[in-house]
Design a protein around this ligand. Structure first.
Ligand SMILES: Nc1nc2c(c(=O)[nH]1)N[C@H]1C(S)=C(S)[C@@H](COP(=O)(O)OP(=O)(O)OC[C@H]3O[C@@H](n4cnc5c(=O)[nH]c(N)nc54)[C@H](O)[C@@H]3O)O[C@H]1N2
Ligand SMILES: Nc1nc2c(c(=O)[nH]1)N[C@H]1C(S)=C(S)[C@@H](COP(=O)(O)OP(=O)(O)OC[C@H]3O[C@@H](n4cnc5c(=O)[nH]c(N)nc54)[C@H](O)[C@@H]3O)O[C@H]1N2
Ligand SMILES: [Mo]
Length: 762
């Protein structure tokens, strides 16, 4: 019998060092830091070769984030964290059969995420049978046969669930959903369910498209840019260049965030040093230090001021929108007391920024997880929509909505069909292309997949990338749910905790990464991706694959489909022989992909249709853009409770930990820290490094996580912050956003208690 394995992250050694948070992002330290990571992991030749191809027209799309590339690219179209992402994939170390012989899954579960990731690229298929504690090598053919036999034996295809993380190319994702839907299920949860699902829902129902409406060059024509709940200095560093350029052209930047994130204070473009320009640019004109969850109140305040000062686009409102009156009424009737109390921002500041909003001729609103991962994730985004619709800031140069996406192809994956709740029109078009009848019943999203596993309703769980146990809420519960699944299959590049917390049997299928050459029967292949602004373009890997046993994601899906769907009219093998064949099928099966093969070969790619942006039309039920009215959420917690947000450090890519430093925030050597307001610490008489236990509370449940070190930080009183994935053991599975079902990773109600053995300092 296999011994149990815990999915919680083991504690790192305590080497905590604290320095002053930085006031400037990028600059020389960023250049040095990316160099250090790259050289250590890849060596000199591979570093030069790989970094010279990131985001070039003939190279590969950076696996870091989804920020778009400018039309005129420099030689270095990547950032510090993009370089880390490339180095991490192109690293030299390998995880093979000998590695798994040496370490059992129980041994590996005791290692930190940082250690696991550093062991290198997985280099051959691996199998963990029911009784074993160690994975052993398996051939591709045996692995695929095992999976397809299991899929064929299911009582219902709905007992299989297929997760996708957001790095998968358009071609692979399209083929994957075609296979899964041909099998008969829409069980297609993805990382988006935990990420921008609230943006999709919030925008879809109000402006008729679930995506952003700005192009990169709109930044240059904007008067005002709101950056809400986002830390671009770390998570989208190339966005800082766009902000700097906008700023130089006179745009004002407003930063709305409980933390004073370094990237938005000052920015220094590393390339400027080559031009002997040593000045940095101040980016944000205002930092509104909103309390966690206080954005809805704050935006109501901005709308109130806006209404008082004019700048409303009455013609647009009359011709193209609905719901204006009741939205105004709601803002007017919300008292300033409530706005100031809930947002934690002074009335005077709200008035100054509200005035800028009303004066602006072109406003862009950018946001990320600080808005989406809340109970009111959907409605708070609709408040942002209200604010911009007031001045008609959509479908106008320099204005619009910019939800800044996470994973480099998460938006493309959704466009080509990775979605548990597809619309009928999407499925009709897909059926006409594939010539297969597809299931209509909607499937499980991430949270519902976990509940289904726990209920014993899932026999096969297949993951196209990602790290499910570490990315999802309630680690203990989710680990237990996963152990009830018969077979867990993971297509992966790097070792992670999800390979250890598995079902009864588990298979790892190692795949090529974005950076690597992909050669199929017809020769070298390229793939395509969609960035945060709806541009679809090519990505071509150039590096020698990490091992000769690696297969591409399209190959893995095509071969599995061929083995599983014996009567399928879809020519799976032909499709994977040449990805041009996949793209031809995409042209027939997706809206907006006509003539895909030739358009995607344009070196700058092409824009997908976007009615609000292109022609100020709104494909909603009545053809209008919708103002919506929402009650403010209650943000009160009990006296001894705090609201916690879980976020990313500067040295991680989601669950992949590159290092233990959060350079801009001045927190180094330890990730198990809790940021707390110094006055709140004083009130409890706690000193820096006080060791505490955190208990989260939701409905009548509580969850405990032990031994965190408290550090003073510039965060509103009553708010605390910790890093994920460590803090995921505290996130309640049932605490999700209304309508999008996104876990509320930025709103976790907690109480704090002293731990037994404390090690505090003055
Ligand atoms: N290097 C690197 N790049 C990445 C990633 C990575 O892990 N590393 N992840 C990628 C992915 S998948 C994503 S989704 C994005 C994530 O990008 P971000 O959304 O920037 O990531 P988070 O660290 O979750 O940061 C959320 C920000 O929201 C703020 N915040 C939290 N709660 C609130 C609130 O109630 N109101 C407001 N106004 N602000 C709040 C936090 O202080 C923080 O600055 O980045 C992508 N890019
Ligand atoms: N508490 C808390 N939880 C969160 C969040 C939060 O802010 N707070 N953020 C949420 C968000 S926004 C997201 S997007 C999710 C992320 O959730 P996931 O997407 O599931 O997690 P990642 O850490 O991005 O996945 C990393 C793994 O992907 C694999 N991988 C990397 N590149 C490739 C590739 O090219 N192909 C394949 N097949 N595999 C590859 C590697 O094995 C690597 O270990 O986490 C969510 N979880
Ligand atoms: Mo994300």
């Amino acid at each position: 019998m296999r011994e149990p394995v815990s999915g919680n992250v083991p504690h790192d050694e305590n080497n905590l060092r604290l320095t002053k948070p930085k006031k400037q992002a990028a600059g020389i330290p960023a250049v040095l830091s990316s160099g250090k990571h790259s050289l250590k992991k890849m060596g000199l030749t591979r570093t030069i070769k790989s970094l010279s191809m990131v985001n070039q027209k003939s190279g590969f799309d950076c696996p870091g984030c989804a920020w778009p590339d400018p039309e005129h690219r420099t030689q270095f179209e990547f950032c510090e964290n993009g370089a880390k992402a490339v180095a991490d994939e192109a690293m030299k170390a390998r995880v093979d059969g000998d590695f798994f012989k040496k370490y059992s899954i129980q041994d590996l579960a005791m290692k930190s995420d940082y250690w696991l990731n550093n062991q290198g690229r997985i280099s051959e298929p691996m199998y963990l049978d029911k009784e074993s504690n160690n994975y052993s090598p398996i051939s591709w053919d045996d692995a695929l046969t095992k999976i397809s036999n299991k899929l064929k034996s299911l009582v219902s295809p709905n007992r299989a669930v297929f997760y996708t993380s957001g790095r998968t190319s358009n071609e692979a994702a399209f083929l994957y959903q075609a296979f899964i839907r041909s099998l008969g299920t829409n069980n297609l949860p993805d990382c988006s369910n935990m990420c921008h699902e609230s943006s999709g829902k919030g925008l879809g129902s109000t402006i008729g498209i679930g995506k952003g409406t700005v192009k990169l060059d709109d930044f240059d024509h904007s008067d005002l840019i709101l950056v809400i709940g986002q830390n671009p200095g770390t998570n989208h560093p190339r966005m800082l260049t766009a902000l700097r350029d906008a700023k130089k052209k006179g745009s004002k930047i407003i930063h709305i965030n409980p933390l004073p994130e370094a990237g938005l204070e000052r920015f220094k473009h590393p390339q400027d040093y080559m031009k002997f320009d040593f000045k940095s640019t101040k980016l944000s004109d205002y930092h509104l230090q909103v309390k966690i969850g206080g954005d809805a109140a704050l935006i109501k305040g901005l709308i109130k001021v806006h209404l008082d000062h004019g700048g409303t686009d009455l013609e647009f409102i009359k011709d193209s929108t609905t719901g204006f009156e009741s939205m105004c009424e709601s803002a007017i009737n919300t008292s300033w007391d409530r706005i100031v109390r809930d947002s934690g921002v002074d009335r005077k500041l709200i008035e100054e920024v509200g005035l800028l909003c009303s004066k602006s001729k072109a406003t862009i609103a950018c946001w990320a997880m600080g808005l989406t991962q809340h109970r009111n994730g959907v409605s708070v985004i609709q408040e942002v929509v209200n604010l911009l619709l007031l001045g008609g800031h959509v479908g106008r140069k320099g204005a619009g909505f910019c939800p800044v996406r996470g994973h480099s192809n998460v938006q493309g994956d959704r466009t080509v069909g990775i979605w548990e709740a597809p619309s009928d029109s999407f499925l009709d078009k897909m059926e006409s292309g594939l010539k297969v009848a597809l299931p209509r019943k909607h499937g499980y999203d991430v949270v519902n997949s976990i509940k289904a596993m726990d209920a014993g309703d899932v026999d096969v769980f297949f993951c196209m990338g990602g790290n499910f146990i570490s990315a999802t809420p309630d680690t203990l519960f989710t680990g237990n749910a996963l152990s009830k699944v018969d077979l867990v299959v993971q297509v992966s590049t790097k070792l992670n905790r999800s390979h250890l917390i598995t079902g009864r049997e588990a298979i790892i299928l190692p795949c090529l990464g974005r950076t690597e050459l992909d050669v199929q029967n017809s020769g070298e292949q390229f793939v395509s991706v969609e960035n945060s602004m709806g541009i679809v373009h090519m990505s071509r890997g150039r590096l020698k694959p990490a091992s000769r046993h690696l297969k591409s994601e399209p190959w893995i899906v095509g071969m599995l489909a061929e083995k599983t769907l014996v009567d399928s009219p879809i020519p799976w093998i032909e499709l994977i022989d040449s990805y041009d064949n996949i793209r031809d099928l995409m042209s027939d099966s997706l809206f907006g992909f006509e003539d895909y093969n030739s358009r995607v070969r344009n070196e700058n790619g092409f824009y997908l249709p976007n009615p609000p942006r292109d022609s100020r039309t709104f494909e909603t039920n009545d053809g209008k853009a919708h103002f919506t009215t929402h009650e403010l959420p209650s943000v009160e917690v009990e006296n001894n409770q705090y609201v916690m947000m879980t976020l990313r450090s500067h040295d991680q890519y989601n669950t992949t930990i590159y290092g233990l430093d959060d350079r801009y925030r001045g927190i180094k050597g330890n990730r198990r820290i809790l940021m707390m307001n110094p006055l709140d610490m004083l009130e409890r008489n706690w000193k820096t490094r006080k060791m505490i236990d955190i208990t989260s509370h939701f409905e009548n449940e509580s969850r405990v996580s032990k031994k965190w070190l408290v550090i003073p930080y510039d965060i509103p009183s009553g708010n605390i912050a910790a890093y994920f994935p460590e803090a995921n053991e505290l996130v309640p599975l049932n605490s999700t956003a209304e309508l999008s079902n996104t876990p509320t990773s930025k709103w976790i109600v907690c109480s704090l208690d002293e731990s037994n053995n404390s090690d505090e300092e003055e």
